[in-house]
Design a protein around this ligand. Structure first.
Ligand SMILES: [Zn+2]
Length: 143
């Protein structure tokens, strides 16, 4: 099951990407089509028997019964940063060929520098591994 990071090549300008993701649902829909482009799957057990709730944000596994959002199992899971801010950050980082500082990302996104630093760190990892999959923590990997 591949889970590659999107290139977001279809967006030429910051204005285009901001218009494409006016709210959290738009970003959620976009990320869902990337992550599940080969079909929906459970982030816990890998089952493809998935039920979709009418809120368009909650899904449930028909096998392990886990309820989850599309962020579960990705680098976006354990943060309060909205997905649309993450999508804009992905685009900003890709468009700065010589790298973007956390100060400048913070200013562009309207977040604190600490948050921007956290986002940069996670997105660089995603770029390196070509995946938005969350890396297992030490605790999880020995469990
Ligand atoms: Zn499951």
């Amino acid at each position: 099951m591949r889970d590659d990071a999107p290139k977001m090549k279809q967006f030429e300008t910051l204005r285009e990407i901001v218009e494409a993701f006016p709210n959290e649902q738009a970003a959620t829909n976009y990320f869902t089509t990337i992550r599940w482009r080969n079909g929906a799957f459970c982030p816990r057990c890998g089952s493809i028997k998935i039920y979709h709730f009418s809120d368009r944000r909650t899904h449930k596994c028909g096998d392990c019964r886990t309820r989850f959002s599309i962020k579960v199992g990705t680098i976006f899971e354990d943060s309060k940063i909205p997905l649309h801010a993450w999508m804009v950050a992905v685009w900003l980082i890709a468009s700065h060929k010589n790298g973007i500082t956390s100060t400048s990302l913070a200013k562009d996104l309207g977040v604190t520098q600490k948050t921007a630093w956290f986002m940069l760190h996670r997105l660089r990892n995603a770029a390196r591994t070509h995946s938005f999959k969350r890396r297992l923590t030490h605790k999880e990997s020995i469990a």
